[in-house]
Design a protein around this ligand. Sequence first.
Ligand SMILES: *[C@@H]1O[C@H](CO)[C@@H](O)[C@H](O)[C@H]1NC(C)=O
Ligand SMILES: *[C@@H]1O[C@H](CO)[C@@H](O)[C@H](O)[C@H]1NC(C)=O
Ligand SMILES: *[C@@H]1O[C@H](CO)[C@@H](O)[C@H](O)[C@H]1NC(C)=O
Ligand SMILES: *[C@@H]1O[C@H](CO)[C@@H](O)[C@H](O)[C@H]1NC(C)=O
Length: 173
Amino acid sequence: MARTAVMAALGVVAFLAVEVAAKKWTVGDNKFWNPNVNYTVWAQDKHFYLDDWLYFVYERKQYNVIEVNETNYISCNSNNPIANWTHGAGRDVVHLNVTRHYYLISGDGGGCYGGMKLAVLVEKPPPSPAPAPSKNIARRAFTVSGFAPQFVIPVAVFAAIGLVWDNVVLLFW
Ligand SMILES: *[C@@H]1O[C@H](CO)[C@@H](O)[C@H](O)[C@H]1NC(C)=O
Ligand SMILES: *[C@@H]1O[C@H](CO)[C@@H](O)[C@H](O)[C@H]1NC(C)=O
Ligand SMILES: *[C@@H]1O[C@H](CO)[C@@H](O)[C@H](O)[C@H]1NC(C)=O
Ligand SMILES: *[C@@H]1O[C@H](CO)[C@@H](O)[C@H](O)[C@H]1NC(C)=O
């Protein structure tokens, strides 16, 4: 019975790990998908792993998200798209479900000539060290939620102290 419980718990952990492991990248961060942003610079310090998502936020009447090959990426040619990720709302997601290069441009209206071109290489996630596979997953989960462990842990400790303190106050009040 205990074994079943442990197995179930592991199953939940594995499920949560899968749920949080994929990262959704907002392309351009707070500059979003716009001209005059250098997306080569934006991408250069990042690792894009299999099953991550690119999230494009932009002015839907002016721009779009077209996937092309490398040649057409360099020349800003959207006439032979590999895929059209545009859905019309100015909010598009690209699921990076294959380990390869992805070349994405804004085709019409000069967006690409204004710098709206992004090349990413999608990699296999790094293997987690065998003895403690949960560690890497946890770190990545923290990254996804946007809080570093160094921040989360003190906050959790403060919250715990606060809770204890409130109860002590209640007891004596
Ligand atoms: C973006 O930055 C890279 C690296 O600094 C540079 O090589 C490239 O020319 C820049 N692209 C544009 C469109 O300015
Ligand atoms: C990209 O597609 C064009 C045709 O649209 C082709 O001429 C070119 O060779 C292709 N480039 C690569 C790198 O596959
Ligand atoms: C891409 O799809 C959108 C929405 O379906 C459509 O309006 C647009 O014309 C398409 N663009 C290209 C280049 O296929
Ligand atoms: C990846 O996603 C594309 C577009 O949604 C789909 O056509 C393709 O079958 C997927 N490939 C894999 C290996 O899942």
